[in-house]
Design a protein around this ligand. Structure first.
Ligand code: ATP
Ligand code: MG
Length: 419
């Protein structure tokens, strides 16, 4: 029979890899806690309207990338393509804004986008998503970037580019939109089909288009930074001076608009020089109108999302660890010894000593080989003679020394030796 394979664009995270994912997640939790963040866990399935309203219905994500289905004809549901809309839905639904002036939240989990699978681009991928709700203070923007860079540096990623931009507010953006439409008018026939179609509904999408010709055309487009209003300019200046006062290097990239419509004012991206310019490892920005657009009060917010797969692919080799080996392997020979070994093995595990044994009735030689392969430091050899005397031979695989140990004393010995 043919074996069933994984769905295209989806990926298994095998044990060694999952071990490293756990470490990175753990590190994120530690750093985020230092900055006052709390975890929130939200469903991966939401009403489709949350994303059409939140992300914007003329974005790539909503137009072509969502996994949307009718739930047996009752309602339209969508596997989340990003986390911000869900986190905000929960924030509004549970009145979390009443608890705290500023609420810092993070969530980690899978996202789904039906993109063309390629390196660094999957249909199920994972994000570490961070949101700060309840303030439009530009120092919050800077604080988020400080935390982000601290996290990435801590993982050995030192050589990174932090690009920032301001998209202004809805008022200043409308002037800019007109300028962009006017700029693109003459070249519109050369734009890709999507950009041509969206030229009048959402001209800023051209900035985020991955098509090469569109990229060339947009190079000479006007800069949004020349059109933002005084309030937005002051906000941006304050973000910059806050980053500078912390000596956090950044670059201004006025062409970076990001792929979601909800961004206002500050947007930012982190790229790593060796990963190719099209692929960012982190994207984020401010979304001051989004809580209101989703039916909540008029509360500001800002967040970022780290692409987990891309992050893992970038980690330097010294950041890659292998799962720990069992401390002890029990090599048992004969039925009676295996019975004793079974009880002993689980007794040790219950005491917090990672222990393995063989259930396949292998020879002593091949059990020793297995212990070696697993990397266990100690092997306890149990045969008929050892059962009779109530003592096993405890072998230190590193020093190749061996001593007789009473079976009821094994854990004490291991604990003593490990000290
Ligand atoms: P890109 O420009 O690469 O398409 P994006 O702007 O669509 O990214 P965001 O929606 O801002 O990305 O998501 C934040 C991060 O999530 C990205 O910087 C990237 O690291 C990761 N990401 C986005 N889409 C995918 C995907 N299909 N596969 C793997 N990672 C992804
Ligand atoms: Mg994308």
């Amino acid at each position: 029979m043919d074996a069933i394979t994984v769905v295209k664009g989806f990926k298994d995270i095998l044990p060694e890899e999952a071990f490293n994912w756990q470490r990175v997640e753990q590190f994120a939790r530690t750093i985020f806690a230092d900055f006052g963040f709390k975890e929130i866990r939200v469903p991966i399935l939401e009403k489709t309207e949350l994303f059409t309203r939140g992300i914007g219905d003329t974005t790539d994500i909503v137009e072509k990338e969502m996994y949307t289905f009718s739930d047996r004809g009752t309602e339209s549901l969508t596997l989340r393509p990003e986390a911000t809309a869900s986190v905000l839905r929960a924030y509004i639904e549970h009145n979390l804004f009443s608890q705290n002036a500023v609420l810092r939240l993070f969530t980690i989990g899978p996202m789904f986008r039906r993109e063309r699978p390629q390196k660094g681009r999957y249909r199920q991928f994972h994000q570490i998503d961070v949101e700060v709700l309840g303030s439009d203070d530009p120092r919050i923007d800077a604080e988020l970037m400080i935390m982000l860079v601290r996290f990435l540096n801590g993982l050995g990623l030192d050589n990174l580019n932090l690009d920032i931009n301001s998209l202004g507010c809805s008022a200043c953006r409308s002037t800019f939109r007109e300028k962009v439409i006017a700029f693109l008018k003459d070249t519109q026939d050369d734009l890709c089909e999507d950009c041509r179609r969206r030229l009048h509904t959402n001209p800023l999408r051209v900035f985020d288009c991955k098509n090469e010709t569109c990229g060339q055309i947009i190079k000479d487009a006007p800069s949004i930074l020349d059109f933002i209003c005084d309030d937005c300019r002051n906000h941006f200046e304050k973000v910059r001076s806050s980053l500078e006062s912390f000596e956090l290097p950044y670059r201004i990239n006025h062409r970076m608009v990001r792929g979601l419509d909800y961004y206002t004012r500050t947007t930012f991206e982190v790229t790593i020089p060796q990963m190719g310019s099209q692929n960012a490892v982190v994207g984020g920005g401010r979304y001051d109108g989004l809580v209101r657009d989703l039916g909540g009060p008029d509360i500001s917010g800002i967040g970022f999302a780290i692409g987990f797969e891309r992050l893992m692919a970038l980690l330097p080799p010294e950041q890659t660890a292998v799962p720990p080996a069992p401390a002890l392997f029990i090599a048992a020979l004969g039925n009676q010894a295996r019975e004793v070994a079974f009880r002993l093995c689980n007794r040790l595990r219950l005491k917090g000593i990672p222990t393995e044994m063989d259930y396949e009735g292998k020879s002593l030689k091949s059990q020793m080989k297995k212990a070696d392969k697993l990397g266990s430091r100690y092997v306890l050899i149990l045969g008929d003679r050892e059962i009779e005397t109530g003592q096993g031979e405890l072998r230190d695989m590193r020093s190749s020394t061996q001593q007789a140990v009473p079976l009821d004393q094994v854990e004490n010995h291991i604990i003593q030796l490990e000290k």
